[in-house]
Design a binder for this molecule. Structure first.
Ligand code: ZN
Length: 499
């Protein structure tokens, strides 16, 4: 290892320490902070954020990174570490300070305006600030890479390497399967008594049952915590302090339970980072889509599947006596049932969710190409809802105004959710092919064989390879929506008794 590379890792480690401290401050703000501390906390977070930005954009760091890029003295992991850090550094230095400031102000204002506009069901009130945010996002993209289409640069922030040229055919293939298949499942219907889903379960009982399941999945409580928050998340301060949260509904225990399994999937990824490279960028999660693949693999492929509940359902029946007379089949139907009239993305089931995402992706793509003016968003939204899901929101608050993302300038983020579902299916399918004992082990309460496969193929590699390379090394091929399509067709044909 060369002296400049050692200095480089020390600087990156300092940066990670500041980001870790920010993670704990934000966690504290959501979980335990007294409300009177809000203003002081805002200042603490702002100062630390500026410090982190200064460290990331410092000319000394830039010079070290440039000097190490392509160095023959570095091994494969170190070379990848330089590549990842250089990417962060370049993105940060290319956006001028004036634009950073304008962006900060617009996103704060955007959120406030959106909260009120959604309450008032008034898209016109939101339109001016949204127009401004789209314009600023386009300028940010041009600053980062003036040669690429703006929306590609925005997607790349969350999904390095992903482009519209790659996404369009993948999403078109998925849509071509889902739209007629959902209509077919809807026509078939299936009356199953699922009243048990709204049975009363105390918060304490839910916490106990949930914590037991989280622990059984391999989550390390000596390097993590489980708490309650309004919006569930996985946060903390690096791989040795990975904190998850959930929320409880006393008349809807399944949401909290599956939510905990979801966040545990994120947490296992973070706890499974390669300890030999510490907190360096190369050990980080590959992308938002790959992060979501880990939460969705555990939540959907495993946690809404038969093998997992073969072991856990009898235990849940003991904890919750109202489940005593429910069959495993009916329980599985209940946690997978498709809601054909649901308008809201965050409430959507596994089968309809990708269409909510594809709708948003297509709208964002057309916004940034200039094909769709901001003023036409509600109309475009409703037309796509009708075409894809055969339902139309009666009000914009249940339609185009429902998501927080655009109010904070998060454009290009939505595709990651569905990329996560596609990668999850492809990873799980490959894990079962390579380790055929995985389903039986899950049915025996043993997640070890599956977790070992994920550790080796996804968690420890971190950001060592680009996403497509990671996927090909793990599964033998690039991203391919057919794994999800085959899985969904088989699962929902069985649940809805299709021929
Ligand atoms: Zn997630």
């Amino acid at each position: 290892m060369t002296a400049p590379y050692t200095e480089l890792t020390q600087r990156l480690s300092d940066l990670a320490a500041i980001e870790g401290a920010l993670g704990i401050l934000q966690w504290d703000q959501e979980i335990v902070m007294p409300s009177g501390a809000a203003e002081a906390r805002g200042r603490q977070i702002a100062v630390l954020s500026v410090l982190a930005h200064e460290k990331l954009t410092s000319p000394e760091l830039g010079a070290l990174l440039e000097s190490q890029q392509g160095s023959k003295d570095l091994d494969e992991t170190q070379t990848a570490n330089v590549r990842e850090a250089l990417r962060d550094h370049r993105r940060a230095v290319r956006i001028p300070a004036e634009l950073v400031r304008a962006w900060g102000e617009a996103t704060v204002a955007g959120h406030e305006v959106w909260v009120q506009a959604r309450k008032d069901n008034d898209f016109h009130a939101f339109q001016p600030i949204l127009t401004k945010l789209v314009d600023l996002a386009r300028r940010r993209a041009e600053a980062v890479d003036p040669h690429a289409p703006a929306y590609d640069v925005l997607i790349d922030e969350f999904e390095p390497g992903m482009t519209m040229a790659r996404l369009d055919p993948v999403f078109d293939e998925l849509k071509a399967f889902l739209v007629p298949f959902i209509a077919q499942v809807r026509a078939a219907g299936r009356p199953v008594d699922t009243a048990w889903r709204t049975s009363h379960v105390s918060v304490e009982d839910q916490r106990k049952a949930g914590e037991a399941i989280v622990r059984s999945m391999g989550y390390d409580f000596s390097r993590g915590r489980l708490d309650t928050s309004v919006h569930p998340f996985c946060g903390g301060a690096g791989p040795d302090d990975v904190r998850i949260t959930t929320r409880y509904k006393e008349n809807g225990f399944t949401g909290s339970l599956l939510g905990m399994i979801h966040e545990t999937g994120h947490a296992l990824y973070e706890q499974g980072r390669d300890a030999t490279v510490g907190d360096q960028p190369v050990s980080r999660a590959r992308s938002m889509g790959i992060h979501e693949s880990q939460s969705l693999l555990w939540e959907k492929q495993v946690g809404q599947g038969r093998s997992f509940w073969t072991w856990h359902f009898p235990k849940l029946q003991q904890a919750y006596p109202f489940l005593a007379g429910i069959s495993l089949d009916d329980f599985l139907f209940g946690i997978n049932e498709v809601d054909f009239t649901n308008l809201i993305r965050v409430d959507a089931d596994e089968l309809t969710y990708p269409l909510h995402v594809i709708l948003r992706y297509e709208i964002e793509r057309d916004l940034f190409s200039g094909a769709l003016p901001v003023a036409d968003l509600p109309e475009a939204w409703n037309a796509k809802m009708r075409a894809y899901l055969d339902i139309v929101p009666p009000q914009d608050r249940n339609g185009v105004l429902q998501d927080v993302h655009w109010s904070g300038g998060l454009f290009g983020y939505f595709p990651s959710y569905t990329l996560g579902a596609l990668y999850a299916a492809q990873f799980y399918q490959t894990a079962v092919r390579e380790v055929p004992g995985v389903p039986d082990a899950l049915a025996g309460g043993q997640p070890g064989p599956l977790l070992d496969w994920l550790r080796a193929k996804i968690h420890r590699p971190g950001s060592r390879w680009l996403t497509d390379d990671l996927c090909t090394r793990a599964t033998g091929r690039s991203l391919d929506p057919q794994a999800f399509i085959g899985y969904a067709r088989q699962k929902y044909s069985r649940l809805y008794r299709l021929a």
